[in-house]
Design a protein around this ligand. Structure first.
Ligand SMILES: [Zn+2]
Length: 365
């Protein structure tokens, strides 16, 4: 921020009062993403022949943030660290929770005693399914011993003991599906666009993802222990490829959230309008479908049909089309749709509730 702009902002902030300015700032962002560059400061992370994990992942995370700021200006970017300093694992999650982030993305680089392995993999929180996955989590979690009071803070968790990881099998992860979706979008980008070897989407007990209250992933961008991959990870162009791939996955994931939200809004708006109109009058509708789970967008399910209406009946969702004041009109419409919906039948409604045909006849008189 330039000095002039900083002063202007300060004046504005004082005039409006801090609360107002802060609220306005929040409103102008649609989403918040927390970018977490692993390690930092005295915690170097994995070490290669020339590079350190903490430096490589900071560069990549900052580049992801730049892409987001430039191309998705309605997304707020928060870094857990934007320079070379140490941040405890629990604080990283706390930053994301405090800011009500929509996503938490932790960026790391892998290493192995064997210098052969290479490629990218992305993790969601959960119990490991293989020894290899457990070892990745153990390595990343081992940094907590550099924190004070780690025994209390992490509830006696011992990063090196395999038994400690059993707690993750009991964990209810409500964000798992979403985390896995984002993880696979990242891996798709790595494989298809950045042309990196794809080691897949995995699960393991990473402490940094333990207490986050939003979809969260940990990305291993490559093996710093592999000479070729270390070169790539340390190069400007390699970091650009990886960062732009992560950026696109985040952007597309957030866009898919927006699309889902729009669909829900559209469906509820229609249903509400219809309910209001149906409040006081008798009408007849044609029932054309019954499902046990609600249809995401009923209007698209019955294209071109008038007055699509969802009615929850016990544990079933019933879908109606058309809305007629008399039984004769409803019967006439039923004939016109008989080829498409041979099983359609007429259901009378009064005050927005389903009623019997005999009650409807009484009301019609
Ligand atoms: Zn790491």
């Amino acid at each position: 921020m330039g000095k002039k702009l900083a002063i202007a902002t300060l004046v504005l902030t004082i005039c409006l009062g801090f609360g107002t300015a802060d609220a306005q700032k929040k409103q102008s962002y649609k989403h918040t993403v927390v970018l977490d560059a692993g390690h930092g400061g005295h915690d170097t992370g994995a070490i290669g022949k020339k590079g350190k994990e903490k430096d490589v992942v900071l560069s990549i995370a900052l580049k992801v943030g730049d892409y987001l700021k430039k191309n998705s200006p309605d997304t707020r970017v928060i870094y857990t660290r934007d320079a070379d300093f140490f941040v405890p694992l629990d604080e990283r999650a706390a930053i994301a929770n405090k800011n009500n982030a929509d996503l938490f993305v932790s960026v790391h680089a892998n290493s192995n005693k064997n210098t052969k392995p290479f490629g990218t993999e992305t993790f969601a929180m959960g119990l490991h399914k293989s020894q290899g996955n457990l070892e990745v989590a153990q390595k990343e979690n081992s940094v907590i011993v550099m924190e004070q009071d780690y025994n209390t803070k992490y509830e006696g968790f011992d990063p090196s003991s395999a038994e400690s990881y059993i707690i993750f099998s009991l964990m209810q992860n409500v964000y798992l599906d979403k985390s896995l979706k984002l993880a696979s979008m990242v891996q798709d980008e790595f494989r298809e666009k950045a042309k990196r070897a794809d080691r897949g989407v995995k699960q393991a007990g990473f402490l940094v993802l333990w207490h986050t209250k939003m979809p969260s992933i940990l990305i291993e961008t490559g093996f710093i222990s592999n000479e070729e991959e270390e070169k790539y990870l340390m190069s400007e162009s390699g970091q650009d490829y990886l960062a732009s791939a992560i950026f696109r996955a985040i952007r597309d994931y957030l866009a898919s959230l927006d699309a889902e939200e729009q669909e829900v809004k559209k469906a509820t708006t229609v249903a509400q309008d219809d309910t209001e109109a149906a409040q006081s009058t008798l009408c007849y509708r044609l029932q054309v479908a019954t499902t046990s789970a609600p249809v995401a967008n009923p209007i698209e399910k019955f294209p071109g049909k008038p007055d699509v209406f969802e009615y929850k009946d016990g544990n079933k969702y019933k879908y109606m089309i058309g809305r007629f004041a008399t039984l004769d009109e409803a019967s006439a419409y039923k004939k016109t749709i008989s080829a498409e919906y041979p099983d359609a039948f007429i259901v009378p409604f009064n005050n927005g509730k389903k009623i019997s045909m005999s009650d409807a006849k009484k009301l019609e008189k």
